[in-house]
Design a protein around this ligand. Structure first.
Ligand SMILES: [Zn+2]
Length: 416
């Protein structure tokens, strides 16, 4: 497998260049299809049964590529059922000025840049390289592998129940997941490789506060009370003072209040009017919440609701949560999988990988499968600057990750 990855390394870089140069911003549905058209035949050539599930009519996004590889030994004799997940879209739409694959000057050809090169076209290449190496070594036949590549990881279609249905269904008949998102190398191109086994949730919340309006001389009084802005300030300050715990962050990103206050359609701003001598009847705030695991999510949402309900006189308030991504908590099963990866590193003569704290980095699709199976997060290309123009991938990380994943998948496929 190691020899096969090394032999194919130049082909892998050429494939990376080819797919990075295809714009596949999430809303460029035709571009996502073009990436699919490159990947699908390669999986078919490896013996995968592939299926394209269009989503344009269902969620307004391109769709999911599903590929299944059956184990040749027959039921009962096969090892762990492996799920590989990833995505074909990027955050860079055709309107972006960042469109082309290039080698970064002055890096000795080691670092390349391009839209989605790390997040996660490099991961698609790592995935294919590892499977091709297994094929070359004659060990792919006995592996049961399902691949689900979405076309909308960066900007989910809705409803989520349909947008993530294929991934969740695949998780229900798999034993573990490997997520080929970008990985980090701590300290840059010459730093230490890192992996993670947890991802925090991404939840947003909206506060709507109301109060009685009237002449400011009567504020704090029995008939008019405190007004909506003092009530909003009370709630936010209690959040600040009372919610903090390890691994949790919560931010307030937008506040509006006064005689009138209204959010815009995108929830990215709004309008407010008010006078210094009028008690404000309305106040609004938008914020987020990131948690380590679903227990923490439930506990913190409960605390927030209690704080919101403890109204100042003459006011009322309610909070609404919107879950974008659940949390992928660290579990004994994911720690066991990590230990197997570290054994693979030892076999290959690589240093032990560092384990990135879930507090760093954002949410991701693997969280949707995490309630069913353990997984490794970020086993794709290493690099820096994901989601920003100038995003990079360290080209030497591609064969390294492909070797790790080939050996790991082989071993898992041999385990009962
Ligand atoms: Zn990604």
């Amino acid at each position: 497998m190691v020899k096969a990855v090394d032999a194919e390394a130049p082909t892998a870089v050429a494939l990376l260049e080819k797919i990075v140069n295809i714009n596949s911003g999430t809303m460029n549905l035709a571009g996502v299809l073009k990436v699919k058209d490159v990947i699908e035949p390669q999986l078919a050539a490896l013996g995968f049964k592939t299926k394209w599930v269009p989503m344009d009519q269902l969620t307004g996004r391109a769709g999911d590529l599903i590929a299944e590889h059956a184990c040749s030994l027959g039921s009962g004799k096969c090892g762990k059922r492996i799920l590989l997940i990833g995505h074909m879209d990027t955050v860079f739409e055709p309107s972006s000025t960042f469109q082309k694959y290039e080698i970064v000057p002055g890096t000795g050809g080691r670092v390349a840049t391009g839209p989605g090169i790390g997040d996660m076209k490099g991961g698609l290449v790592v995935m294919l390289s590892s499977l091709q190496a297994m094929k070359a070594a004659g060990v792919l036949d006995t592996a049961e592998i399902t691949i689900v590549l979405s076309g909308d990881e960066e900007r989910h279609g809705t409803p989520t129940s349909i947008a993530r249905r294929d991934m969740i269904d695949a998780a229900k008949h798999s034993d573990l997941a490997l997520e080929f998102e970008n990985a980090s190398r701590n300290g840059g191109v010459d730093g230490r490789d890192a992996v993670r086994i947890g991802r925090r949730s991404a939840i947003s919340w909206k506060l709507e506060v109301t109060g009685k309006s009237g002449h400011s001389s009567a504020v704090f009084g029995k008939s008019l009370g405190y007004g909506a802005i003092y009530e909003l300030a009370r709630i936010l300050d209690q959040f600040r003072a009372e919610l903090a715990e390890p691994g949790l962050t919560y931010n307030v990103g937008l506040v509006l209040g006064g005689a009138t206050a209204e959010r815009n359609a995108d929830d990215t701003g709004g309008t407010a009017t008010g006078k210094t001598n009028v008690i404000p009847p309305v106040a609004l705030a938008n914020g987020d919440l990131r948690t380590l695991n679903d227990d923490q999510t439930v506990r913190i949402k409960g605390k927030m609701e209690l704080i919101v309900r403890d109204h100042l006189p003459g006011t009322s308030a309610r909070i609404e949560f919107q879950d974008s991504y659940p949390a992928m908590g660290v579990t004994p099963a994911s720690e066991a999988l990590l230990a197997k990866l570290q054994d693979v590193n030892a076999t290959l003569g690589y240093a032990k990988e560092e384990v990135t704290d879930p507090v760093q980095g954002g949410a991701g699709d693997i969280a949707f499968v995490a309630p069913y199976i353990p997984g490794l997060v970020g086993v794709g290309a290493m690099g820096a600057g994901a989601h920003a123009e100038g995003e990079t991938a360290y080209l030497d990380s591609l064969p390294i990750q492909a070797k790790r994943m080939a050996v790991l998948m082989y071993r898992l496929s041999q385990e009962k």
